[in-house]
Design a protein around this ligand. Structure first.
Ligand code: ZN
Length: 411
């Protein structure tokens, strides 16, 4: 583990503070530090992501169609009905088989998006064996948690029939909050090792930042993300006594202290502003819109093709592929909304982080590093529709304006 203090922050000439400092000019100077070839590569990577979203929805629809047309879904339901007596257990069994089928049929696509494409753009040096091993763990977790969630939703549908949408939305909110609570403690350690950051200047600096912002933490963790990705990342998770500050080794070993402080302050912003409460709640509301459309359109499609597919009604789990296909299309159409929700939170955390860490140049430098996989200067509409984080330009501009408003000698 290298000592982060070894790395010095490199501020480009045109962005340095001085009597003639100009935020727009400084923003340009930061952006100019990215060579044209790198910029072209990250633009291509990010723009390709727009198509991946659309293709992903289309592939979900195709897989659903296969499961329905081959009557695999109906046969799986029949099998579950023979094997279990209680409807909840039948659905649980069906849902586990369904999740397994989706995981297997979707594997080639996941291999392309999450493995081969990441390697093609130099984002990862993970071996295929390690990647598949992690996929197997994710699939097992997905089957266990997904089957319980699906069986829960169908239990609601059996109970209140067509009035299931608000109940399911509320249950989804509870489930998402539960996942956010258990993820750092039970799930993240399955994929990475978390260790305490050794005592030293950096640890003291991060803890001081936390205490200044009322975060009850007395340890800082780092984890070995470099085995999966080259991206930098950090988070502050948990509540009260389970509060946990963590940063990944790419951030720890590859960046300077002002950059680390800028990132940690941003993450602390998410924590202090309760984003781990607001984001799951607004996400649940959005998923609720998806449920509503499923509820409205399921009957009409089932009436036309349901006999052929062996799907009885909305409470029949054999109709799950149809519900999922409708849901996937609605979620694709709502992408600008879901991105907007997260982007608002990210902008708030950026503003909070600048005030807390007071490291505008560190923040600008990190924004440039993040631009290795996020198009740096999108159009205005493009940023609104496709970005779940502010673009590199937006972030550097914010940092340079902050610097203009908080000149170093007056701080
Ligand atoms: Zn963030």
């Amino acid at each position: 583990m290298a000592d982060a203090a070894d790395l010095q922050l490199q501020v480009p000439a045109g962005a340095e503070w001085g009597p003639a400092f100009d935020a727009a000019g400084a923003t340009g100077a930061w952006i100019a530090t990215i060579p044209a070839a790198e910029r072209e590569k990250s633009d291509a990577y990010f723009e390709g992501g727009y198509w991946i979203e659309a293709w992903g929805a289309l592939i979900t629809v195709a897989i659903a169609w296969i499961l329905l047309e081959t009557r695999l879904s109906a046969r799986l339901r029949d099998f579950a009905e023979r094997r279990a007596r209680k409807p909840f257990r039948q659905t649980l069994l069906y849902a586990a088989g369904f999740m397994l089928a989706i995981g297997i049929l979707g594997l080639p696509w996941t291999l392309y998006t999450d493995f081969f494409r990441e390697h093609q753009y130099g984002m990862s040096n993970q071996t295929l064996g390690a990647f598949l091993g992690e996929r197997a763990i994710s699939l097992a977790l997905g089957i266990a948690l997904g089957a319980i969630a699906i069986a829960g939703l169908y239990a609601i549908i059996r109970r209140v029939r067509e009035r299931w949408v608000p109940w399911a939305t509320a249950a989804t909110a509870v489930f998402l909050l539960f996942m956010i609570m258990v993820f750092p403690v039970f799930i993240a350690p399955l994929f990475n090792d978390y260790r305490s950051l050794p005592a030293g200047e950096l640890r003291d600096s991060i803890l001081a930042l936390a205490h200044d912002n009322g975060i009850p933490a007395d340890d800082v963790y780092w984890y070995d993300a470099s085995k999966q990705t080259r991206r930098i990342s950090a988070n502050v998770s948990g509540i009260a006594h389970t509060t946990r500050i963590a940063l990944n080794d790419n951030l720890l070993n590859g960046t300077s202290e002002p950059e680390i402080r800028a990132v940690m302050a941003h993450e602390m912003g998410h924590y202090v502003l309760n984003h781990s409460l607001w984001i799951p709640l607004s996400t649940a509301l959005m998923l609720g819109i998806g449920y509503w459309v499923v509820n409205r359109s399921f009957g009409a499609i089932r009436a036309r093709r349901g006999g052929r597919w062996g799907v009885r009604d909305i409470a029949d789990p054999a109709g799950l592929p149809l519900a999922l296909a409708i849901f996937a299309v609605v979620m694709l159409l709502l992408t600008p909304v879901s991105n907007g929700i997260v982007r608002i939170a990210e902008n708030q955390a950026d503003a909070f982080g600048l005030d807390a860490a007071r490291e505008p140049q560190g923040f600008a430098s990190v924004a440039m590093r993040l631009s290795s996989y996020r198009k740096i200067e999108p159009g205005r509409v493009e940023e609104c529709v496709f970005y779940d984080h502010p673009s590199g330009r937006t972030r550097v501009m914010r940092a340079m304006r902050w610097l203009a408003e908080h000149p170093p000698q007056s701080r």
